[in-house]
Ligand binder design. Structure first.
Ligand code: RUB
Length: 309
């Protein structure tokens, strides 16, 4: 399980960050691990997948995109046939590459839609680092739109610096603010774009801690907030009444040598209620959070079907 264990370690340490990068890394690790396996009989492969699943799922709890992606590979293997190592290798490779290709097509579609919301002179505020949001910005700039980005630093792990770096590399006029300056700078913003780690069956969105605060402030400041996310972030377990688990990270990230006895809490994400979300920019276009389940059933029925795989 070396490949899977090392990938899980990198995900946990945030060396691989953001729901999309996490899901891609997990699929690649699972695929590589199976291809490295000497055993090819069905039972050993399926139990290897079970083991990998447990390790990867535990690396970050609030990542349904990763869980959906892994379940997809598992589901296709459970229903697939192979006779030898070569056939198994081809099957796993084909399934994981096919999944990633569909995902790339979905991303292209949502980036096209998101880009249309950015015009010259638009000022967009974003939080944390979302590869989907960054892609929208970079594509808008490539099309010649002259807009401005304001990004938060994103305590405690400063993912805003990744966003800022990508923006500067693309030649986008970018300003960084501390997280607590969000409300102040909403006065300058026309639009808020954020990513998602999870979307529930009710249309609520889980994203980096501080997003729900930003959504409340944006609502009060009358600045529309959109979530840019593939429908693959939908968590099918929420249909069955389960709540999305919010990952709580080490206090050391906040204050490494904190005084003894001090309690420190470090939740990685929070829940933004659908009332504060103007729309979800996804591969189906701009949709209301209320219609998420319908959109997922139409576009990715396997997300719901493979849950019991
Ligand atoms: C990252 C974060 C991102 C989403 C979406 O948190 O909250 O907004 O994961 O990212 P962390 P993407 O840094 O803790 O992983 O659009 O890349 O899927």
């Amino acid at each position: 399980m070396d490949v899977v264990i090392e990938t899980a370690r990198r995900i946990r340490a945030l060396e691989i960050q953001g729901a999309t990068n996490v899901a891609i890394a997990a699929v690649n690790a699972l695929s590589e691990q199976i291809q490295l396996s000497d055993e090819v009989d069905r039972d050993s492969i399926l139990s290897k997948i079970e083991e990998a699943k447990e390790i990867l799922f535990a690396s970050r709890e609030t990542e349904p995109f990763m869980r959906n992606a892994i379940r997809y590979v598992e589901w296709r293997l459970r229903t697939g046939e192979w006779r030898d190592k070569e056939e198994l290798r081809e099957l796993v490779h084909g399934v994981s590459e096919g999944f990633l290709e569909d995902f790339r097509a979905a991303t292209d579609a949502l980036v096209k839609v998101g880009t249309r919301r950015i015009n010259s002179d638009t000022v967009v505020l974003t939080h944390c680092h979302s590869s989907a949001v960054s892609k929208v910005f970079v594509e808008a700039k490539r099309k010649g739109v002259d807009f401005r980005v304001i990004c938060t630093e994103t305590r405690p792990k400063y993912q805003g610096r990744i966003t800022a770096g990508e923006m500067l590399e693309a030649g986008i006029d970018t300003t960084m603010i501390v997280d607590s300056a969000m409300r102040n700078f909403l006065k300058e913003a026309d639009l808020v774009l954020v990513g998602a780690d999870a979307i529930t069956s009710e249309g609520n969105v889980i994203n980096k801690i501080g997003t729900s605060q930003l959504a409340l402030a944006a609502d009060e400041a009358r600045v529309p907030l959109y979530v840019v996310s593939t429908l693959l972030k939908f968590d099918p377990q929420t249909i069955h009444g389960e709540y999305e688990v919010i990952e709580e990270r080490s206090p050391d990230e906040i204050w490494p040598e904190a005084p003894e006895g001090l309690k420190i809490r470090n939740p990685a994400f929070d829940v933004t209620r659908r009332e504060y979300i103007h729309g979800i920019v996804c591969e189906e276009g701009v949709i209301s959070p209320h219609s998420i389940l319908e959109a997922v059933r139409r576009r990715y029925p396997w997300i719901i079907e493979s849950l019991g795989a």
